[in-house]
Write a protein that binds this ligand. Structure first.
Ligand SMILES: Cc1cc2nc3c(=O)[nH]c(=O)nc-3n(C[C@H](O)[C@H](O)[C@H](O)COP(=O)(O)OP(=O)(O)OC[C@H]3O[C@@H](n4cnc5c(N)ncnc54)[C@H](O)[C@@H]3O)c2cc1C
Length: 385
């Protein structure tokens, strides 16, 4: 029996739900707290690559995810009028898991929540941690409702604005605005959209991800002022104006947007914590430790991998808990840093296309190198973690 018997998981996103279910399935008593009062979440869709699907397989929910989502094995890069530049067949997956399966964020959360509940996780909604007292042997916690409890380990998967990260690493390493933002909206899926798509534009990029037989999500990435929020009246008009340079289904979807459309805007604020992801018995993972540009669709996948590796290393009690958490940090850093660098560089490259001449140069470069480049990323991320 491991010396880690009671774990507090903070945050009910992909990372927290996966961590809670993984610890609980290994016989640990788990309390999961989530700040929101319900599990309804905003967000559009998530492409989940083979490496994430393998984690979900360990929780017994792979079949449910595959039955719910849309599988795809390729991505295509087009010009703004959807003339093909290059198609890439993903080099991920095996006979058990496809290269990718995409589904709505809410559907993925509900499936992981089911796994956590079946494993016996105690869920507490509308709750945060207000005080942490970690003496190295136990973590004593005071919750926002005034109650107190003690745990052998606290795992903070509390997202990009993580309060647990502040406890672990202070204020030095913070996500900062990149100067770019992502717009998203769900839309009917044209039959031609059967994989992930990027339409390289001039001064922006647009694309689509299929989420089911009838739906997909449309996304658009461009420079935006730091601090811009783009919610409420006028949002649809601004989104339409941004999509105006694009043809094909993008123009058709833009024409249907109204103030009632469920448009989501998020700033892109990459951050990679170059610091062990723990202090004494408090560890962090997922967006709390690293946030990445969305280009490789690996952010939530890295959160799921972090959760799985944290449980595996913490419960392998051959050495002190600090050494185990160091092992966790050292194992996770290179993979997450790879995703951070690759997707960040991709963001900067595509957003540097500012003129028609730049687009012609990008077309030639993408045609020659993009598939080989993405193929290397596939092979690295398809490997063991
Ligand atoms: C435009 C865009 C597209 C993306 N597309 C993809 C994709 O296709 N595939 C992919 O894998 N990833 C994608 N990502 C990344 C992905 O959304 C994140 O990496 C992922 O959600 C991180 O999961 P997490 O569990 O670490 O954090 P979150 O999902 O942010 O969950 C954190 C949870 O903690 C809760 N919380 C916060 N603070 C507290 C507190 N103090 N106490 C208690 N609870 C708290 C929050 O309410 C939240 O529920 C995308 C991101 C963006 C911006």
């Amino acid at each position: 029996m491991s010396d880690i018997r009671r774990v507090l998981v903070v945050g009910g996103g992909v990372g927290g739900l996966t961590a809670a279910a993984t610890f609980a399935r290994r016989g640990v008593e788990v309390v999961l707290i989530e700040r929101r009062p319900t599990f309804e979440i905003p967000g559009v869709g998530l492409g989940q690559p083979a490496n994430a699907l393998r984690v979900y397989d360990t929780l017994g929910v792979l079949d449910e995810i595959l039955a719910t989502g849309f599988r795809y094995d390729h991505m295509s890069i087009f010009d703004p009028d959807r003339r093909l530049i290059v198609e890439h067949k993903f080099q991920m997956g095996d006979e058990r898991v496809p290269a990718f399966c995409a589904l709505s964020r809410l559907q993925l959360h509900e499936i992981l929540l089911g796994a956590a509940q079946r494993a016996g996780v105690a869920l507490r909604l509308g709750l945060t941690v207000s005080e942490i007292d970690d003496d190295g042997d136990r973590v004593a916690v005071r919750f926002s409702d005034g109650r107190e409890d003690t745990f052998d380990l606290m795992a903070g998967f509390d997202g990009i604005r993580s309060a647990t990260r502040l406890h672990v690493a202070g204020t030095a390493f913070q996500p900062r605005p990149s100067g770019y933002g992502a717009w998203r909206v769900q839309a009917p899926r044209p039959d031609t959209v059967r994989g992930m798509e990027f339409l390289q534009g001039i001064g922006s990029k647009t694309g689509a991800m299929p989420l089911g037989n009838d739906i997909m999500y449309l996304f658009h990435i461009r420079p935006e002022a730091p601090g811009a929020a783009f919610a409420g009246p006028g949002q649809a008009r601004l989104f339409k104006a941004r999509l105006a340079p694009y043809g094909s289904y993008v123009a058709e979807i833009a024409a249907t947007l109204t103030e009632e459309s469920d448009i989501v805007y998020s700033p892109i604020e990459p951050m990679m914590l170059p610091w062990p992801w723990f202090r004494k018995r408090v560890a962090i993972g997922g967006d709390a430790a690293h946030t990445v540009a969305p280009h490789l669709t690996q952010g939530a996948a890295m959160a799921a991998e972090d959760a799985f590796v944290l449980a595996r290393e913490a419960l392998n009690d051959d050495v002190s808990i600090e050494d185990r958490l160091m092992r966790y940090s050292m194992k996770r850093y290179p993979r997450c840093a790879f995703v951070y660098t690759f997707s960040g560089q991709w963001l900067h490259d595509e957003q540097s296309v500012r003129t028609a001449q730049d687009l012609e140069a990008a077309r030639a470069e993408l045609k020659q190198n993009a598939s080989a480049r993405i193929g290397w990323s596939d092979r690295i991320l398809d490997g063991a973690f």
